[in-house]
Design a protein around this ligand. Structure first.
Ligand code: MN
Length: 205
């Protein structure tokens, strides 16, 4: 069961994260997203769709456009493709509790002859076509370690020196331009409105 680890970690009665299916529809094909996630430590969740799931890495410092900079990327459990639309909050005390922002969104294209082999080998080369990240990138797994990978920008016209920090230059949501604070406030408001609706229903009865 490909989403078992994902589902086992979460209580779907409490979190609004999608339970997920294994959809292989066109709209999810080769989808690429990054979610900025203010959990106990802020990090950037880097996700690539492959075979109906999102392969996922948590990048503590976020991506760098400087080819000289290698960013640690911790491999985490596969997420459902529906997660590509998730923005909001995970309740405190739940797994990954905190605010999730859709920080980048687009498509990825493998540059390896055999994607599955490259993934298994821990050496993937690909092109991103997204709103913030573009061009050629690499994900390389460290030797004798299945969890720790490095995310590296390859040198091309989208590369920039490390003076330019994309996480600072473009900090907001690609969904609607909201900040982390605004997403947190919006989610709180919608929870409260839902509370009001259910109270009204109870009163009618
Ligand atoms: Mn995360």
């Amino acid at each position: 069961m490909p989403l078992k680890i994902y589902r086992d970690k979460r209580n779907f009665a409490k979190t609004k994260e999608p339970k997920g299916t294994l959809k292989q529809s066109k709209c999810y094909k080769n989808v690429f997203i990054i979610q900025k996630h203010a959990a106990s430590h802020l990090h950037y969740d880097f996700r690539l769709e492959l075979n109906g799931v999102l392969l996922s890495w948590a990048v503590p410092k976020g991506p760098s456009l400087d080819p000289k900079v290698k960013r640690l990327a911790v491999h985490v459990e596969d997420h459902p493709v529906e997660y590509a639309y998730f923005e909001g909050t995970i309740p405190e005390g739940e797994y990954g509790g905190g605010t999730v922002m859709l920080w980048d969104r687009g498509k990825w294209q493998s540059e390896d002859d055999d994607i599955k082999k490259a993934y298994k080998k821990g050496n993937m080369t690909f092109t991103l076509h997204a709103e913030k990240l573009n061009g050629a990138w690499k994900l390389i797994r460290l030797k004798n370690d299945d969890k720790h990978w490095l995310l590296i920008k390859l040198d091309d016209e989208y590369a920039k020196s490390s003076n330019y920090d994309i996480t600072k230059e473009a900090p907001n949501s690609v969904n609607d331009g909201q900040t982390m604070k605004e997403i947190t406030a919006t989610a709180k408001k919608s929870w409260m409105q839902k509370g009001k609706v259910s109270k009204k229903k109870i009163q009618k009865k």
